[in-house]
Design a protein around this ligand. Structure first.
Ligand code: 13P
Length: 252
């Protein structure tokens, strides 16, 4: 954790979740009600198909809903794409950009991720910008260089009306049950914090840094204890309320 930063536990449902899954969100929302008010922010990024219903369900609670991608333009001839204005129209407040699955599956480059992040921030959304090295990059000792290039290339110069959040997700730790050592996460997050402070000065000290990659209730407390880890970006374990809330307990 970073003193003075309110942690964020964010879920990423990826390409999972039908209407029948909204019941899980309802349980998560109820856990965030006044009275149970957690010491951290909660967000779940659902597929576009559930965005409006999920946001409606979460309205008037401190539980937030986000999307998993956006286009850099506000409207136009971009078949199949979704703009930040459409996301806001659904009632959602956050967008994940540059997830490694999009960088890999859709060949998204840093410059494209930057465009998406700028669009999200200009619209007043929280932009969760994902970075992380592959297994071969880690093995060849390139991790910090990769993180620097991704940060330089895909993080906007200013948060505009929104909030920049940076998520460190080593690609080899996603969905594999593997996590880096505490020392490796600490090295990456301290490096990211220093980069942000070099670039943004004092403001860089309050940018939330999330760790993602096989976060589970069983390892959440240990991860949360690492300096400059201000929350988690959770994939598989965010699909079930019992697991997601189990992770949230580490932040109480
Ligand atoms: P898992 O938690 O399933 O490893 O996924 C992490 C992730 O990619 C979140 O964006």
């Amino acid at each position: 954790m970073t003193p003075g930063i309110r942690p964020l536990v964010a879920g990423n449902w990826k390409m999972n979740g039908l209407k029948s899954a909204l019941g899980e969100l309802e349980i998560m929302r109820d856990a965030s009600k006044p009275g149970n008010k957690p010491n951290h922010d909660m967000l779940v990024c659902v597929p576009f198909t559930l965005l409006a219903q999920a946001a409606e369900m979460a309205s008037r609670s401190s539980f937030n809903i986000g999307a998993q991608d956006c286009h850099k333009n506000i409207s136009g001839a971009h078949t199949g794409d979704i703009s930040v204005e459409m996301i806001a129209d659904c009632g959602a407040e956050a967008v994940i950009v540059g997830h490694s699955e999009r960088r890999t599956d859709h060949g998204e480059t840093n410059i494209e991720v930057l465009g998406k992040a700028n669009a999200a921030l200009d619209w007043g959304h929280m932009a969760i910008i994902c970075i992380g090295e592959s297994e071969s990059q880690r093995k060849s000792g390139e991790t910090l260089n990769v993180l620097k290039a991704q940060m330089d290339g895909s993080i906007p110069d200013s948060p505009a009306n929104g909030e920049i959040v940076v998520a460190y997700e080593p690609i080899w730790a996603i969905g594999t049950g593997l996590t880096p050592t505490v020392q490796d996460i600490s090295e990456a997050h301290n490096f990211m914090r220093n980069e942000l402070v070099d670039r943004f000065g004092e403001a860089g000290k309050s940018i939330r840094l999330l760790y993602g990659g096989s976060v589970k209730p069983a390892n959440a407390k240990e991860l949360m204890g690492i300096d400059n880890v201000d929350g988690a970006l959770v994939g598989g374990a965010s699909l079930k309320a019992v697991d997601f809330l189990g992770i949230c307990e580490a932040y109480q």
